[in-house]
Design a binder for this molecule. Structure first.
Ligand SMILES: C[S@@+](CC[C@H](N)C(=O)[O-])C[C@H]1O[C@@H](n2cnc3c(N)ncnc32)[C@H](O)[C@@H]1O
Length: 207
């Protein structure tokens, strides 16, 4: 039985909230910026941020007019809303499960998945939802830590993951195998933080 459930994540991210930005802002700043650059979105594109946390991506989305953001943790969404207000960025933000979103099919030009695919209990359900809400030709930017595609985790890594996956994030997920449950195509996969353990990946929904 996995301890990684939506209830657990809501609880632990409520506890992490006061110190979240101290950990996730400075060290990941340049990769967030790079990922959003690679999205190559147009100012009036409809952009969705899934598992958006406190909104640390928002400073790199100034000038975009149709931003939607969700997160399962209510405290994260409150903090994101006040950040958006301070930055003067209009954001339609709601508490929502990224595995079961309420947006209509084909409603976004771009989706941002930063540090969520390795956290969310069911990454395949999430990526299928992303595929559903994305318009044909739409793009997805993923920034997260992944096991190289095709590599099997060692026993030690699997044991360590019991703790890491419960308290931080799963260290044994592969983006290729998660995306293979959809028709999304991997367009780009470049090394990011920690010597390439973190990756920046762009996926595209075929027209
Ligand atoms: C590591 S944080 C990443 C936050 C943000 N994307 C960032 O880059 O700073 C993971 C976030 O995923 C959220 N989360 C976990 N499970 C979720 C789910 N099922 N649906 C939506 N958000 C979820 C948590 O509440 C938390 O804010």
């Amino acid at each position: 039985m996995s301890l990684n459930t939506n209830t657990w994540n809501r609880l632990r991210y409520t506890v992490y909230l006061p110190i979240y930005d101290l950990i996730a802002d400075r060290i990941f700043r340049k990769y967030r910026q790079r990922s959003i650059q690679l999205l190559q979105a147009k100012p009036n594109d409809a952009i969705l941020i899934v598992g958006a946390g406190t909104g640390l991506d928002l400073p790199y989305l100034q000038g975009y007019t149709h931003i939607t953001a969700n997160d399962i943790t209510p405290g994260m969404i409150s903090k994101l809303r006040s950040r958006a207000e301070k930055l003067g960025i209009p954001v339609n933000a709601q508490v929502m499960n990224g595995q079961q979103m309420t947006y209509p099919d084909n409603s976004f030009d771009a989706v941002i998945l930063h540090l969520i695919i390795a956290v969310i209990p069911d990454p395949v359900a999430c990526i299928k939802e992303v595929e559903r809400v994305l318009k044909p030709g739409g793009k997805v930017m993923v920034f997260d830590k992944f096991l190289p595609d095709g590599q099997k985790p060692s026993l030690l890594r699997r044991l360590f993951n019991q703790v890491a996956g419960t308290l931080f994030s799963d260290i044994n997920r592969s983006i290729g195998s998660i995306a293979s449950h959809t028709s999304l195509q991997v367009e780009l996969n470049e090394p990011a933080a920690l010597g390439g353990t973190f990756r920046i990946v762009r996926l595209r929904k075929l027209v």
